[in-house]
Write a protein of this length. Structure first.
Length: 259
């Protein structure tokens, strides 16, 4: 490579006619040399980094240890209501209102989680031949005075499924109350209407049907709570409503403290 550079310089000095050609060739050679140098430097840097973190040339990490492949996750334990109420009283007496507020919130969270667990325990094991999916049971709460508590249970057998959600949800309640405020049964000129008002065990409710998601029944429970049933692959409205007769709505209202 050095000899080639010398040759080009000599050619440039001896024959001005070759000036432009020599310059172009010299430029290309410089670029090639620069690229090769850059690659060599990059390779040295990569080798230094790999050596410091223990990565072999094949890309296998030797020293960082194995990746996690198991573990059961965290255990969900509801807050202890009595202990949090005791802490709240002590904090309030000490004028530590922030801690008192936090302890009260934790106590409320514990109460709501226990309410959810009790309701799930009292729900039927099977509904219209559908078995409960225990792994899908879920109780969530924000701990703010019964706002945001959600209880969920799913039943399933083959391609049929029945989902139950009990919630304090202002958006859902507003939508259902808007429907119910219209009064009477909705009428339509279409051969099949998408929703209508109905009664479910003495409670006013809204039943809906969608070709892709199936039947849905929304039942307000008192002033703040709502229970929603969703049935997938039920043949008729009657079969869906008959399946729901297995649920003790009054018992659920009583546990929630609704009237």
């Amino acid at each position: 490579m050095k000899n080639l550079f010398k040759l080009l310089i000599v050619m440039f000095l001896i024959n001005p006619f070759l000036n432009s050609h020599a310059q172009g060739l010299l430029k290309k050679i410089k670029q090639k040399v620069g690229q090769a140098t850059d690659r060599a430097i990059d390779k040295k840097i990569d080798q230094s980094i790999d050596k410091s973190v223990g990565v072999s040339p094949a890309g296998n990490n030797k020293n960082s240890g194995p990746g996690n492949k198991g573990g059961a996750g965290l255990i969900t334990v509801p807050p202890n209501v009595n202990e949090n109420l005791k802490d709240a009283g002590a904090s309030f007496t000490a004028n530590n209102y922030g801690e008192a507020r936090y302890s009260v919130q934790q106590a409320m969270l514990g109460v709501e989680m226990e309410i959810g667990k009790k309701i799930l325990k009292e729900l039927p094991e099977t509904v219209a031949g559908l078995k409960k999916i225990t792994d899908d049971d879920q109780v969530t709460s924000t701990g703010w005075g019964w706002a945001g508590l959600t209880i969920q249970r799913n039943y399933r057998e083959n391609d049929r499924q029945l989902d139950l959600v009990i919630a304090n949800n202002s958006v859902w309640m507003a939508a259902v109350n808007m429907y119910l405020a219209n009064g009477g049964y909705a009428q339509t000129t279409n051969s099949q209407q998408n929703w209508k008002q109905t009664k479910f065990k003495g409670n006013r409710a809204i039943i809906e049907f969608d070709q892709s998601s199936g039947y849905k029944l929304s039942v307000p429970l008192g002033q703040t709570s709502l229970i929603v049933f969703n049935g997938i692959n039920f043949d008729t409205e009657s079969s869906f409503m008959n399946a729901l007769s297995a649920f003790d709505v009054e018992g659920i209202k009583k546990t929630l403290g609704e009237k």
